[in-house]
Design a protein around this ligand. Structure first.
Ligand code: GLA
Length: 385
């Protein structure tokens, strides 16, 4: 949907009035999966696909919201304790409340929104929606919260209103993204650096398995709990140290923790410690322009996500095998897992053969056509008019 179309839908629905239009993107992540809630590093970038919303304060206490993609409409009182039921509106409701808690005087507003981030593909359509409203409502109601507050408002919405105890990577990438640049974020200190990403002779391409992932609910939260269990056990063994997350733990600590933690928790923590090392290895390799090493680490991440963290599925493992067979430099599950996309670092000359083979082989095996998405690193949250 174009900006003009969305503005027209708003004007039609809300009898001739005009609103301001905002946009926020989805994201990719080169490496550093399930490290954000463990205080580790992540390496995301914003994509060009995102959510657009037209917003206009309406001088009442009522929110009137229309989702173009779902053709669904809801109304609620802005500070109602329950709020709407449909998930797409709970994001809007939650973000508004979180902004209020951070001092923005959000009142009633009219809004229509639409997006082109595939839902459940691991590209953070939810964070795009949250960040779009965090940015837009702050602007529309003359708020003065920082970009970090917008990120935290989005994350708190997931925790309190959706039921997913996510980390901070997705909302961060959506708010802070810049065209052509990846970002290395230290999720413990929140320091970050922009990394121009122009690999000569390679490109990033996503293959969407079209297996819809759903992070709200137990499997994602279970993994987070395992990591917290292990960190807490190590803290008990070492009362003299400050262990907040697995970021503060070493391989020796993990070895010791085997005596008190379940095998499942240890297996999950093993992935996280390995991933911490892999992000740093990728940073070094990027500085040297060694994309073969970047790719090697990506395959290791996939293996860890699949075998130790157990967030893969048959379809994603299949796509990873095909990438390997075709000689693709790097390939892995992207995002939380349980479905969605693989991210692939592919040599220019292999691109055509790989994407063709991936589509054909997947169709033959699963009778679904996977979607090829060329990655273009785009800008973060912004006002469009
Ligand atoms: C989801 C979460 C993020 C992060 C990733 C895995 O996208 O929202 O916070 O944990 O999974 O890296």
């Amino acid at each position: 949907m174009t900006k003009a179309e969305l503005l027209r839908i708003f004007t039609e629905r809300f009898s001739g009035t005009e609103g301001t239009i905002y946009a926020s993107p989805g994201r990719i992540n080169l490496i550093g999966e399930h490290t954000d809630y463990n205080g580790g590093f992540v390496f995301p970038g914003a994509v060009q696909q995102g959510i657009m919303a037209v917003i206009r304060p309406n001088n009442t206490s009522i929110v009137r919201a229309y989702s173009c993609d779902l053709n669904d409409y809801a109304e609620w009182v802005v500070d109602d304790p329950q709020g709407p039921e449909a998930t797409c509106f709970r994001f809007v409701y939650g973000v508004a409340r979180e902004l209020m808690e951070r001092g923005v005087a959000v009142k009633g507003f009219d809004t229509v929104f639409a997006g082109d981030v595939p839902l459940g593909a691991g590209m953070s359509s939810s964070a795009a929606l949250e960040s779009c409203f965090a940015f837009g409502l702050n602007d529309a109601f003359g708020g003065a919260v920082s970009k970090w507050d917008m990120v935290l408002a989005g994350q708190a919405t997931e925790h309190k209103y959706i039921g997913c105890n996510c980390g901070i990577m997705d909302q961060f990438a959506s708010v802070f993204g810049q065209a052509g640049k990846l970002m290395r974020l230290d999720c413990r200190s929140r320091e970050f650096e922009y990394f121009p990403f122009e690999p000569k002779g390679y490109r990033l391409v996503l293959v969407n398995s079209c297996v819809k992932h759903e992070l709200a609910g137990s499997p994602y939260n279970d993994r987070r709990r395992s990591c917290e269990n292990v960190a807490a056990a190590i803290q008990q063994l070492h009362p003299d140290r400050k262990i907040e997350t697995l970021r503060d733990c070493t391989w020796e600590d993990l070895e010791e923790a085997k005596a008190t933690c379940s095998a499942e928790d240890i297996q999950r923590a093993t992935f996280v410690l390995g991933e911490k090392d892999r992000v740093l290895a990728v940073c070094d390799a990027l500085v040297k322009g060694d994309y073969e090493e970047v790719g090697r680490q990506m395959y290791l991440t996939h293996q860890g996500l699949s075998k130790d963290y157990e967030v893969s599925c048959e379809e994603l493992d299949f796509l990873n095998d095909i990438a390997k067979e075709c000689g693709v430099t790097g390939s892995r599950i992207m995002g939380g897992g349980f479905g969605g996309c693989t991210i692939n670092l592919v040599k220019d000359e292999l691109y055509k053969a790989f994407t063709k083979r991936a589509v054909e082989a997947f169709e033959e095996r699963f009778h679904i056509t996977p979607k090829i998405i060329d990655v273009v690193i785009g800008d973060g949250s912004r006002k469009l008019n």
